[in-house]
Design a protein around this ligand. Structure first.
Ligand code: IVH
Length: 666
């Protein structure tokens, strides 16, 4: 037993170290395989000895259940914002003000810590004795939201600081961001799932931090950079911002490598200017550089206004804007029938990329910005990734510009368009555009994974009326495919083989592949877990769907409606007849799930808090007072009056050993 405890501690430390090498230093020293083996070993040890499974374990990053809402948190110290500067002169003006305030002669040079200004979400992290206890958003600066569960899933944030003498109390500020590559991947996936795209990595990061389900947040690959020590217990001392950054690094928190100590404002301005070009090459977005007076003593003397500190300024990059002309506004039909207006542009180069299209999102947006066909517009590459039309240059109008009316019909199948919230939608589920998109989705990697069935092929198959729904894919034969453009006999055979290969599929993947509105990958997994079989899902009443944690009204309605539509049922029947076999997934739900516990007396092998964490992590509840509906009362040493009451009421009383056994019962 003691050995197990030691092994677990050792593995935890090793994994933490390798997480640090991989996620913070970007310099792994072991292979993914070796890492996975360690993780697997730790998991299995923790399964066997659940009393040693602690919230700070790397296996417990995604622990909690979906939340109903985020709790509000009042910051002990307000989280300020920063004043902006947009030109070298404004930066010099700031430097002068600093000196005036400190009563320094104007020729004295002030040292600045110059740091990238990340375009993300400001987060305060509270570590107590080295353990991450709380993470909250900035909110309005005074009150933020408790996003601890989601921040725990950020891989470069240690759950436990790897230092010998961890400070008793630490409040650290940093920025949660999404790297450009992760942003691109997520948008691609959202496109495949029929979800609206995020406009830029900042919005994607914000959306992810505000996910109520930590499992969803964990999939979003968020990262953080830390840049301030807001408050600390007296065991930690530093005199300069540059020293604070060194301390953060020592604690193995992620600190950006481009931070630089500059000895004067001129040096700071020069350093900032090197980023005008360099920023495009960074894997994440920055929208300026922050100049911070380096001496903490000066910072304290300068203090802050109601909104921002007097000792720092955000020197912003000018937004990358160009002008171009809108040649036309076309309507794009998505998989779920959403009609999106897309501006066709006079091609234009913006920060190194030629742009010829830009989404206008919704007609409400077009109207709000008053964008017309023929308009000259300002185009900004928001977030370096998706070009965004900012506004029309109305002064340049000739009177020939045309308003794009709201769509009356689907541009492809001409079905009558219906209004659906902010969107217009083509209601015809047999619409060729929707069919093409749903075939692409059905075949996509995370769904049925039919290699070779992409955009071009789907377009031909639907355009030539060869397939009318996803089930028709299974009617295809070599000859039909080989006759298509750019397809030979070899690639036809490969495709047929790939289709055959999909005949054994998990229920979750199959559900996802069907492309039910609002039912992304995670929802599909929840459904598969809860119902275990397709039959049960088909029969499910809305009430039962709503009883599943993580499924809300909109999703439940959409799933319910999907299985009431005869066309969908026929498609499913045809797929099953064609030989698609669903492997029922093994459903492993802990015995603890949904059970309520009360503890009284001292436990020997775990603390009360650890016991509570464990129960909650497995989906159980811990109550503080005796009530008739309690499932178990755990009696420790020297129990209080609660024990007598529980016995009197005939509740199920168990000892610590039995409780520990229940933790690993399935
Ligand atoms: S220092 C007292 N450093 O910019 C203010 N902020 O407009 C402490 N930000 O809310 C902030 N990168 O979210 C600081 N290197 C950096 C930053 C940074 C991004 C954000 C932060 C803040 C906002 C202010």
């Amino acid at each position: 037993m003691e050995d197990a405890k030691k092994d677990i501690e050792e593995l935890k430390q090793k994994i933490r170290y390798h997480d640090y090498r991989y996620y913070v230093l970007n310099a792994p020293v072991i292979s993914d395989y070796e890492y996975d083996q360690m993780m697997r070993k730790l998991k299995s040890l923790e399964e066997r000895y659940p009393q040693f499974k602690m919230p700070d374990s790397p296996t417990q990053r995604i622990g909690g259940k979906p939340l109903e809402k985020f709790e509000k948190i009042k910051h002990k110290i307000p989280m300020f914002s920063l004043e902006d500067a947009f030109s070298p002169d404004e930066a010099r003006e700031f430097d002068k003000k600093v000196k005036r305030f400190l009563k320094f002669p104007s020729e004295k040079d002030i040292s600045y810590s110059v740091e990238p200004k990340f375009d993300g979400l400001s987060i305060s992290l509270i570590y107590e004795n080295g353990i991450l206890k709380q993470a909250s958003t900035r909110g309005d600066g005074v009150t933020g939201e408790d996003v601890t569960q989601n921040v725990r899933t950020i891989k470069n944030i240690p759950l436990k600081l790897i230092v010998k003498n961890s400070p008793v109390y630490l409040d650290i500020q940093g920025e949660a961001i999404m790297f450009k590559q992760d942003f691109a991947n997520i948008n691609k996936e959202r496109e495949e799932t029929g979800l609206p795209l995020f406009a830029n990595p900042r919005n994607a990061a914000a959306g992810s931090i505000r996910q109520l389900d930590p499992k969803e947040a964990a999939k979003r690959s968020l990262r953080m950079f830390t840049y301030s020590i807001r408050e600390t217990s007296s065991d930690i001392q530093f005199k300069k911002q540059s020293e604070a950054l060194e301390l953060l690094k020592e604690w193995e928190l992620p600190v950006n490598e481009l931070n630089k100590l500059c000895l004067s404002v001129e040096e700071a301005i020069k350093y900032k200017e090197t980023f005008t070009q360099k920023k495009h090459e960074l894997p994440y977005e920055i929208d300026g550089m922050v100049f911070k007076v380096n001496e903490i003593d000066y910072q304290n003397r300068l203090g802050h206004t109601t909104k921002s500190p007097r000792w720092a300024i955000a020197y912003k990059f000018p937004p990358e804007q160009v002008t171009t002309t809108i040649k036309d506004i076309k309507v794009n039909v998505g998989r779920t029938g959403i009609l999106t207006p897309v501006a066709i542009l006079e091609p234009v180069n913006i920060s190194g990329v030629v742009v010829s299209k830009a989404t206008l999102h919704t007609w409400d947006e077009i109207r709000k910005k008053d964008i017309r066909i023929g308009d000259k517009v300002f185009l900004e590459r928001a977030g370096d990734v998706i070009p965004e039309i900012i506004k029309p240059i109305t002064e340049k109008r000739t009177g020939k510009e045309k308003i794009k009316p709201e769509p009356k019909e689907c541009p492809v199948c001409h079905a009558h368009a219906i209004r659906d919230g902010a969107y217009f939608r083509c209601p015809n589920i047999s619409c060729p555009a929707q069919i093409k998109e749903s075939i692409k989705h059905f075949a996509s990697k995370r769904a049925m994974n039919i290699d070779g069935l992409g955009d071009k092929l789907a377009e031909q198959l639907v355009g030539k009326n060869i397939i009318k729904n996803v089930a028709d894919i299974y009617d295809l034969d070599n000859k039909i495919i080989a006759d298509l453009e750019r397809m030979g006999e070899k690639s036809a055979q490969n495709l047929i083989d790939a289709i055959k290969n999909t005949k054994n599929i998990t229920l979750a993947k199959f559900l996802f592949a069907l492309g039910i509105r609002h039912a992304g990958e995670h929802m599909a997994q929840l459904l598969a877990k809860h119902f275990g079989s397709l039959k049960n899902i088909e029969k499910a009443e809305k009430k039962e769907l709503l009883s599943i944690k993580g499924i809300g009204e909109e999703v439940a309605q959409s799933i319910y409606d999907f299985f009431r539509e005869q066309k969908n049922i026929q498609t499913i029947k045809k797929l099953l007849k064609a030989g698609v076999k669903l492997s029922e997934e093994k459903i492993v739900i802990s015995f603890i799930f949904g059970k309520s516990f009360l503890f009284t007396g001292t436990l020997r092998t775990v603390t009360r808090n650890e016991a509570k964490d464990r129960v909650e992590a497995l989906g159980g509840m811990v109550k503080n007072s005796v009530s008739k509906d309690l499932d178990y009362v755990v009696i420790g040493e020297n129990p209080g009056s609660k024990k007598d009451k529980a016995k009197q009421w005939g509740l199920n009383c168990i000892d610590e050993e039995t409780f520990i056994k229940l933790l690993s019962k399935k």
